[in-house]
Design a protein around this ligand. Structure first.
Ligand SMILES: [Zn+2]
Length: 157
């Protein structure tokens, strides 16, 4: 049985939760991926996935390319409205060999975590996902131009 003493900070996002990073992933899965309401490849599900990934870069953003996919995805959603075709172009632009270096990551990755999204009811969930995404994007302020360059390169005709 778990007690409050089992709570430790998630190494990715800092959320203090039973099981740390593993508990954080379980909460994300229950709230988003396994909820059946947010398919991971489109819309809010994609926004949530990219947000979770940039908050947990040691697992999901190991390469410059994976960072570009997820931080670029956040940029595409928050600054360009997140149309499906743009995600597809971003994905295709990152196929094959990449020559851009991976920049240093921020140590703090957002004031909100998946726990803030999970705390709301279904009616509030969409707004909470967007707020969570904005908080991660803000935490990556130093890398926003880097992400914009990746998006711009992907959208070139
Ligand atoms: Zn976490």
């Amino acid at each position: 049985m778990s007690t409050a003493d089992d709570s430790v900070p998630c190494i990715g996002c800092g959320l203090v939760i039973v099981g740390g990073a593993a508990g954080c992933l379980t909460l994300y899965e229950a709230t988003i991926a396994l909820s059946g309401k947010f398919p991971t490849h489109i819309g809010l599900g994609r926004l949530a996935f990219d947000t979770y990934c940039v908050q947990h870069p040691a697992v999901y953003c190991i390469s410059a390319k994976s960072l570009a996919a997820h931080l670029g995805g956040l940029c595409w959603a928050l600054e360009y409205g997140g149309g499906d075709r743009g995600y597809e172009r971003l994905r295709r632009s990152l196929d094959g060999r990449q020559v851009f270096p991976k920049p240093p990551l921020p140590a703090q990755r957002g004031t909100l975590t998946i726990a803030d999204v999970a705390a709301g009811d279904d009616a509030a969930r969409a707004g909470l996902i967007e707020a969570w995404a904005h908080s991660a994007w803000l935490a990556y302020a130093d890398l926003q131009d880097w992400a914009r360059e990746r998006v711009a390169a992907a959208m070139k005709p």
